[in-house]
Design a protein around this ligand. Structure first.
Ligand SMILES: NC(=O)c1ccc[n+]([C@@H]2O[C@H](COP(=O)([O-])OP(=O)(O)OC[C@H]3O[C@@H](n4cnc5c(N)ncnc54)[C@H](O)[C@@H]3O)[C@@H](O)[C@H]2O)c1
Length: 359
């Protein structure tokens, strides 16, 4: 174990850093946040205060933060369109990068990130917090033990009745977000399924997107709608519902559905995997994770009693620290990010063309 504290710079001191990432740093003897950057300086300063620090370690311009001597890593929590811009510059300076999802807003940008990581030999890790849920960890092992047999199809969704984040702000402005719920929520659930299925390569996507709630001011009923700052009279040029179908090189398929607003009963997110020996599903309404299998000639439903774990965001960041400090093998590889953005980009293209798009 390397006893030197990692020196980290935070870029983007908004909702996700203060609501989730911060718990990986506070009271952590292995790391030290040495600089905070936000284009709104007061946000950097109020975040620094939580660490007992003041404006002397705060920056408005991320390039100034990247010039700090001896920085081991940056944690990027800015709007989506800045992920690759900042990540590439950091990697070129030999700084390890942890970046929020989605990886990037285009395949071209995701590829630049992968190339910069490869060239620098530094770690590039993008947030995949759902891989660190108790049921995800259990399933990964269950599958590795061969208990699900061959997994041949999956279904996942995250649908909200009313839960548009930061309406009018960067979340709903395509140029800054890259898209609506497909890129925002899809990246979580699609990644989880692909990772559990053993990372097959996507080869084709068919999708449809809709935007029906841009002018609705009905109150949100999702706690997740609190992310991002809303802007009256701002832009809303992204979808609010995406439906689709993905094909993989090994014959596996996946049905997907993501909404920020749609007339469904309530918010739900789930994954469902079907294997030849067992199936599995998670259900956020009943808070149940079930395995569907058979024993002695009868079908059996199994509800594992899983331990409660710390938040996935914190566990993902702790893993990143372990990788750069102790050389632990990373759970995430940049190629997975490129493949993820290939799916998202192909889905938007398919929705535009009205036909399946090959990757
Ligand atoms: N993993 C998750 O569960 C999860 C949840 C929410 C958001 N996110 C992701 O986290 C990122 C941030 O989302 P958020 O909800 O915190 O948004 P936010 O708007 O609350 O925070 C973004 C911050 O970045 C700052 N910023 C903008 N441009 C900047 C620049 N050029 N340099 C420095 N700072 C800049 C903004 O002022 C703001 O404080 C997004 O990519 C989003 O997709 C992930």
């Amino acid at each position: 174990m390397n006893s030197k504290k990692l020196k980290i710079g935070v870029i983007g001191c908004g909702g996700i850093f203060n609501g989730a990432h911060i718990y990986a740093y506070l009271d952590n003897e292995d790391v030290e946040v040495v600089a905070f950057c936000d284009i709104v300086l007061s946000k950097a300063v109020s975040t620094a205060k939580k660490f007992g620090l003041d404006e002397s370690v705060c920056y408005e311009n991320f390039e100034d933060l990247l010039n700090i001597e001896g920085l081991d890593a940056v944690d990027i929590c800015t709007p989506n369109y800045l992920h690759s811009v900042i990540a590439v510059k950091a990697l070129e300076k030999g700084i390890n990068v942890f970046c929020e999802k989605p990886d990037a807003v285009s395949v071209k940008e995701a590829q630049k990130m992968q190339d910069a990581a490869q060239k620098s030999g530094k770690v590039l890790m993008v947030m995949r917090n759902n891989r660190y849920n108790n049921y995800s960890k259990f399933l990964k092992q269950y599958i590795a033990d061969g208990k699900m047999g061959e997994i041949y199809t999956a279904r996942c969704a995250w649908r909200r009745r009313r839960g548009i984040p930061g309406k009018g702000g960067w979340f709903t402005t395509k140029e800054q977000s890259g898209g609506g719920p497909l890129i925002d929520l899809g990246v979580h659930m699609i990644d989880l399924c692909i990772w559990l299925m053993g990372n097959p390569k996507p080869v084709a996507v068919s999708a449809a997107t809709y935007s029906k709630f841009a002018n609705s001011d009905t109150q949100a009923d999702s706690e997740h709608a609190k992310f991002g700052e809303a802007k009256a009279d701002g832009t809303f040029d992204v979808e609010d519902l995406a439906m689709g179908f993905i094909r993989f090189d090994n014959g596996c398929t996946m049905q997907i559905e993501f909404s920020w607003a749609s007339n469904v009963e309530r918010e739900i997110h789930f994954i469902e995997l079907r294997g030849t020996k067992a199936g599995a599903s998670t259900d956020t309404v009943d808070k149940q994770f079930k395995i569907f299998t058979e024993e002695n000639g009868v079908t059996v439903d199994v509800i594992p009693n899983l331990p409660k774990l710390e938040g996935g965001h914190k566990l993902n960041l702790l893993h990143f620290f372990d990788v750069i400090k102790n050389g632990k093998k990373p759970d995430f590889e940049p190629i997975q990010g490129v493949n993820m953005v290939k799916i998202l980009e192909a889905a938007y293209k398919s929705a535009e063309l009205g036909e399946e798009v090959k990757i």
